[in-house]
Design a protein around this ligand. Structure first.
Ligand code: GLA
Length: 755
């Protein structure tokens, strides 16, 4: 039987932002450029003959275009005609801009042989040969927009112009990427900019939703008066659900704080169109944004047991397992057939003690409240393998960066508990880089002044029923320049155990100076050294390798007893980063197993920012559903990266869907594989322990899309019952084929169970 399930039928243009500039008013540079690795200042000359250079696209890093191993300098060149009609046609005639996407790491840009701009980050400057490269500081992942006055002598109107870009890349991904690549006049839309990242949506109980934002007028010359309009548009019908106009004056060089508030049904996806239309010129700037929609159903009063169903521990290690359960409080916890050495606290659901003997123990958990009783089995496996399901927790890096402190860790742990995340299985509170000071004369690692007492901090986190993690590097220094573990591995492992650490993230960083061009054996070596050290102490420490996937770590991470290993460079809160990392994980799938997880990096939802200043995740709500769904299908560690003390309603809802988390925590521990993919969509399938399958249908495009699936694409025969995992509702049966309408960059996560 064909079951066609269509959720949303209306195609609605989805764009993060757009200005009113028309295509003919720009010169498109998103075309092949000339490219050469190396460095030679003679390459700035407009007359230089680059015809023998290879061609490369500017919108993709060079690793994706055949230059996998390239680090250091490389040059890009492009020639184009610059007609004066460009400025004549433009309403604003003062300035011209060169838009060069983003550049990893840093760049100097030359127009017709003369430099017109540069951007760099400090580390890259220090490393560049001769240290002469770029004096200014900048962030690599920043918009490259270089602006000149139209009368600037470097511009050749009505003639051929040459742009040469000198790029320096430190390691990992390199070169030009992202978008836009163009030359255009600076227009109204370049002066007036919306900024939505400083605030997020606030839901009120009566279904009112509000958001503050700022509008910046970057012009130093002009004030702009106009109308700010808001249209809320339904995804399913295309109808305008709400409209409002407000008169607004934007003084030159100013930022105006404004906002909107309207009533909506948060379970129905819709989008907002925000327009500022200037009175005199009639020009406007528009921003389209998807509004947050809530998929996870409200928690029930009846008790429900969540989180891991299988738990690994080593004999004699201190045992700590929190039975995660929701339902109206107070809840009363009990456990039948607990092995000798373990007890359960009936009030907080903590199982503690120690097991003496290796073996498998099946425990029957019960949670009761005034509305009912829930029971579930927990398999305890006492042996050598830890983390039999992927770790669920939080890590300080994606929000606090190096500004992490004892106080922030305590706040995060408290929020993990008070927000209720702990009741859905979230367990670890991990301190990333920034806690270290130095080794003393006895080789003991000392904490810096932000962490006055690591032992009391660990004890506090444990007292909340949570576990705590720490970070170090096998090199002399961490990536943030703090003290690493090099030559102090045993001492450090002893210190971690004495403090009560449960998780170690061990980050390659400056080990690159010790093994500059590492062989496979050299890549493994520092991880083997620390493995021996942490496996010697009487504490179960999840061992998380972080070396960005070098030497296909997924093939040998288990050999060095890693419980998880990062498969990629650092993630960011952009669709490019998320989709680039997430959809490239298929190659690692065969190596994932209970206790051995591929780690495509931490979650970028909520308030993130790499500290101390935070911004709201730039991912759309649908992209965030994709993030959590894909990471769950991939059996990835789920480490929340945001400020837990500021969890908004959307993020909390996103992180507390027990059926989604159950996909991640499935005891079979099989990572999803890609069943079907093209330029527009991807379909991933994960085998689950009970014989059912979790299937993710992902829309890669910027419009709603029907994703078709033939059951033979996913190798299924017979009749299967389908369930919408996010909405936790049954969808009926399917035999041969089904299709689902998926939101832009969004997902439908379903489970099929043999009928
Ligand atoms: C590297 C890691 C990040 C973080 C920082 C800390 O970049 O990949 O996850 O741990 O180091 O300096």
């Amino acid at each position: 039987m064909k079951k066609i399930y269509i959720l949303f039928i209306m195609a609605l243009l989805f764009a993060i932002s757009c200005s009113t500039e028309k295509k003919e008013n720009l010169i498109d540079l998103n075309i092949p450029w000339k490219f050469k690795a190396g460095d030679n200042m003679a390459w700035v000359a407009p007359s230089f003959d680059d015809s023998k250079w290879v061609t490369i696209l500017p919108n993709k890093i060079w690793e994706d275009q055949g230059f996998e191993k390239l680090d250091g300098f490389a040059w890009y060149r492009i020639r184009f005609l610059l007609p004066s009609s460009l400025k004549e046609k433009s309403l604003m005639k003062d300035s011209i801009q060169f838009l060069l996407g983003r550049i990893d790491d840093c760049d100097q840009v030359f127009l017709n042989g003369e430099m017109i701009g540069q951007n760099a980050r400090t580390q890259a400057i220090k490393k560049a040969p001769g240290n002469e490269f770029i004096k200014e500081q900048g962030i690599w992942n920043t918009e490259r927009r270089y602006v000149l006055n139209v009368n600037d002598e470097r511009i050749m109107w009505d003639k051929e112009n040459v742009i040469a870009v000198r790029v320096y890349d430190q390691n990992g991904a390199g070169g030009m990427f992202s978008k836009p690549f163009a030359v255009s006049m600076v227009s109204f839309g370049d002066y007036v900019k919306f900024d939505f990242t400083k605030n997020t949506f606030v839901f009120r109980n009566d279904n009112f939703i509000s958001r503050k934002f700022t509008i910046e007028n970057r012009s130093g010359k002009d004030d702009f008066s106009g109308i700010l309009s808001l249209n809320v548009i339904s995804y399913s019908t295309g109808a305008v659900l709400f409209h409002k106009d407000t008169a607004l004056k934007l003084a030159r060089n100013s930022k105006t704080e404004t906002g909107f508030s309207f009533q909506t049904d948060p379970s129905k996806p819709s989008s907002a169109e925000i327009i500022f239309k200037e009175n005199l010129s009639g020009q406007s700037v528009t921003e389209n944004m998807e509004l947050p929609y809530i998929l996870t159903p409200a928690e029930k009063k009846e008790p429900r047991i969540n989180g891991a169903r299988v738990f690994g521990v080593r004999p004699w290690s201190p045992f700590l397992f929190k039975v995660a359960a929701t339902g109206e409080v107070p809840l009363k916890y009990s456990a039948k057939d607990l092995p000798e050495g373990l007890t359960i606290d009936s009030i907080n659901g903590l199982i503690t003690g120690a097991l003496k003997k290796k073996g498998e123990y099946l425990v029957n958990l019960t949670v009761k409240n005034i509305s009912g009783t829930a029971t579930r089995n927990l398999k305890i496996v006492c042996g050598n393998t830890l983390s039999l399901t992927p770790p669920l927790g939080w890590n300080s890096w994606n929000c606090w960066g190096l500004s992490v402190s004892d106080e922030k860790i305590r706040q995060s742990a408290e929020a993990m508990k008070s927000s209720g995340l702990i009741d859905h299985g979230w367990t670890y509170i991990n301190i990333d880089d920034g806690w270290e000071y130095m080794h003393d004369k006895d080789g003991k690692i000392l904490t810096n002044s932000k962490f006055p007492n690591m032992y009391t901090l660990c004890s506090y986190v444990h007292s909340l029923g949570l576990k705590i993690g720490i970070y170090s590097s096998p090199g002399p220094k961490t990536c943030g320049g703090y003290e690493g573990s090099y030559t102090f591995e045993e001492k450090d492992a002893e210190a971690y155990a004495a403090w009560g650490i449960d998780y170690l993230k061990y980050d390659w960083c400056s080990y690159g100076n010790i093994a500059p061009n590492p062989t496979k054996a050299q890549l493994k070596h520092p991880y083997q050294v620390m493995k021996k050290a942490i496996r010697k102490v009487n504490r179960d420490i999840h061992y998380s390798l972080c070396q960005y996937g070098m030497g296909k770590v997924w093939e040998w991470g288990a050999e060095v007893d890693g419980n998880s290993w990062r498969t990629t460079g650092d993630i960011e809160d952009t669709w490019e980063s998320l989709s680039g990392i997430g959809f490239s994980q298929g190659k690692c799938s065969p190596y994932s197993a209970p206790g051995r997880w591929n780690d495509p990096d931490m979650l970028v939802v909520g308030w993130v920012g790499w500290g101390p200043a935070l911004h709201y995740s730039r991912l759309t709500p649908s992209e965030q559903y994709t993030h959590i769904s894909l990471w769950s299908l991939l059996s990835s560690p789920l480490l929340i990266g945001c400020d837990l003390s500021q969890l908004d309603a959307f993020t909390l809802n996103l992180l507390t869907n027990d059926e989604v988390i159950a996909v991640n925590q499935d005891p079979l521990g099989k990572q999803a594989t890609r069943a079907k993919a093209n330029e527009s969509y991807e379909v991933w399938v994960k085998d689950l322990e009970d014989g059912s399958k979790a299937i993710g249908l992902f829309n890669l495009t910027e419009k709603p899309l029907n994703v078709p699936v033939d059951m033979k694409d996913i190798k299924l025969k017979g009749r299967w019952n389908m369930r919408d995992i996010w909405r936790q509702t049954d969808l009926g049966a399917v035999e041969k084929h089904f299709e689902m309408n998926v939101l832009p960059h969004g997902v439908m996560l379903i489970k099929v169970i043999q009928n």
